[in-house]
Ligand binder design. Structure first.
Ligand code: FAD
Length: 514
């Protein structure tokens, strides 16, 4: 008997390479494409700032437009997901709910609740892995049921397993025609995508990034035209303070599943196959996708992955609790222009380059302020368009040298780091207009400018822009000793995720900005 199905979109907000939606269409006589906008659930799962709300609503609008082109429509239903499902399963005589399998504990909990509901109300639940974690279960199996804790080991297992499954076929008008709900229900009018005003989300803070599959695919195609750039992509050589992204800028689209990681993976493989030489993981573009898979794999099987306490791979560190200093970092008031410009870009646009993330994360944690990575992770979670449970926590552990990264004696200098790739400070001038008129010589350390130069620049340090909140040399020397002691005391934990030789072999010396 063909099913009457609700296809529940969660993260996979796209129509290309969508195996779960395809399975829904192939097994049903009616499919209702539904997004449940459960604000309470969303905000409790991961704090979502204004920019990401806009990005999500734009992605839903785009999905709605693309479904309409295929003769279907997206039904956005507001309310608590369990109540919404109970209500509509009865109303539409549903026999099946399909949804992408996800690895985050809050999505797994949701899936369990839906399974229980299914047993109670008599409907089937079908889920496939479509978003990411392409080979996740096979990797865990191959590694004896535990996640590989180093990228080297992860790559080794992948080399044995081979490539992920190919992307699935595109969906067509015929697929949706066969499964169309009765037109007299007037569903499109009843369940439209809400406007920001409906959710009281201010319009004044929209990011230059536009959400949705269409925009994501356009950006992707644009990059893929530049085959030489793709083939030679070497992450550490990309520029953190370029005025336009020097990397693909696709992360917000992967994060909501507007783009398929798997499709991108195969498009890259095709380009590599045609080029004589191409870069390799960990620094190649495919290597970046594999970092994503790596953190998903480790997160999927590590308890308390987004916390320090109870997290077996994470060093237990007695970080300072200093609300005032944390606030200065968050609000771009550290007095170090390179750090403050990055945090300003994060506030205004919701995206910053990977090495810029390095700079501010190191500054907050082991470099200067000795404040917990969890605090930084929460700020990123709220502000980033690409905020992601596994990748965010994984990278914060990395940057704070709590796990994965072990060259802890390398501390990024908040003055020299940015200067190397942008000596004139154009990036700082863009994001901190108060410093625009400073001579390049002083732009990274404006407090060293003579009083006359400050007057001429129209900005008195300590009055119009803060003095540096600390002495970097003193703070970082002190923190280095603290970190050394922690690592000696917790040698076993420190060794768990150690990949040092591999990183050195891969030429990651480019990351020396200390
Ligand atoms: P590209 O260099 O073009 O890479 C292509 C894709 O590969 C990215 O879109 C992303 O999906 C993946 N990728 C790249 N670098 C990494 C990485 N280090 N780890 C895992 N996947 C990677 N990325 C997120 O997507 N969400 C986050 O919440 C997030 N938080 C971070 C927090 C910190 C402290 C740091 C240092 C990094 C974080 N990253 C996060 C990883 C990385 O900075 C971004 O994925 C990358 O900068 C996005 O830009 P891009 O799409 O141009 O990347």
């Amino acid at each position: 008997m063909p099913h009457r199905t609700i296809h529940l979109f969660r993260k996979g907000l796209r129509l290309h390479d969508n195996p779960t939606l395809l399975a829904a269409l192939e097994s049903s006589e009616v499919v209702y494409p539904v997004y449940i906008l459960d604000r309470k659930f969303l905000m409790s799962a991961m704090n979502m700032g204004t920019l990401r709300w806009h990005f999500l609503l734009q992605s839903l609008e785009d999905l709605q437009r693309n479904l309409t082109k295929l003769g279907s429509c997206l039904l956005v239903i507001q309310g608590e997901y369990e109540l919404v499902l109970r209500d509509h399963i009865k109303k539409w005589n549903i026999t099946q709910v399909t949804l992408d399998a996800e690895i985050e504990p809050f999505y797994k909990e949701m899936e369990r609740t839906i399974q229980v509901l299914g047993r109670e109300m008599g409907f089937d639940v079908l889920s496939f892995r479509g978003h990411t974690g392409l080979l996740l279960f096979r990797i865990l199996d191959m590694n004896g049921g535990t996640p590989p804790l180093t990228y080297k080991r992860f790559l080794h297992i992948l080399s044995v397993l081979g490539d992920p499954d190919m992307p699935v076929r595109n969906l067509t008008t015929e697929d949706f025609q066969r499964c169309k709900p009765a037109p007299e229900l007037h569903l499109a009018e009843c369940y439209r995508v809400p406007l920001p005003e409906d959710l009281e989300i201010p319009r004044d803070s929209e990011s230059p990034w536009r959400g949705g599959e269409t925009e994501g695919l356009q950006r992707l195609e644009q990059h893929l035209k530049n085959q030489g750039w793709i083939a030679n992509f070497t992450k550490p050589k990309t520029i953190p303070n370029s005025l336009l992204p020097s990397t693909t800028g696709l992360s917000p689209y992967f994060s909501l599943g507007c783009l398929s990681v798997r499709s991108f993976f195969y498009r890259l493989s095709n380009i590599y196959a045609q080029s004589k030489n191409h870069s390799l993981p960990p620094v190649s573009l495919q290597g970046q996708l594999l970092w994503r898979e790596f953190f998903y794999t480790v997160a999927s099987a590590t308890p308390n992955f987004t916390k320090m306490a109870g997290n077996p791979i994470c060093l237990q560190i007695n970080w300072y609790q200093d609300a005032e200093r944390l606030h200065k970092w968050r609000m771009a008031q550290t007095g170090f222009p390179w750090i403050d410009a990055i945090m300003t870009q994060l506030h205004q646009e919701g995206w910053i380059h990977h090495l810029a993330r390095h700079a501010v994360a190191c500054f907050l944690t082991r470099g200067d302020l000795w404040i917990s990575w969890e605090e930084g992770m929460k700020v990123f979670e709220e502000m980033l368009l690409d905020a992601d449970y596994s990748i965010n926590a994984g990278n914060w552990m990395w940057l704070s040298a709590s796990a994965f990264f072990h060259q802890y004696t390398r501390i990024f200098c908040p003055v020299r780091f940015g200067k190397r790739t942008d000596p004139e400070g154009q990036y700082i001038r863009k994001y901190l207009p108060v410093l625009t008129n400073f001579p390049s010589k002083y732009i990274y350390e404006p407090w060293t400018a003579p009083e006359e130069a400050q007057k001429q620049a129209g900005c008195i340090i300590g009055q119009d822009y803060p003095l540096p909140m600390l002495n970097h040399k003193e703070a970082s020397d002190h923190n280095l000793q603290l970190m050394k002691q922690v690592r000696e005391e917790q040698y076993g934990t420190a060794q768990l995720t150690r990949d040092l030789e591999f990183m050195r072999d891969c030429g990651l010396k480019h990351l020396e900005y200390d």
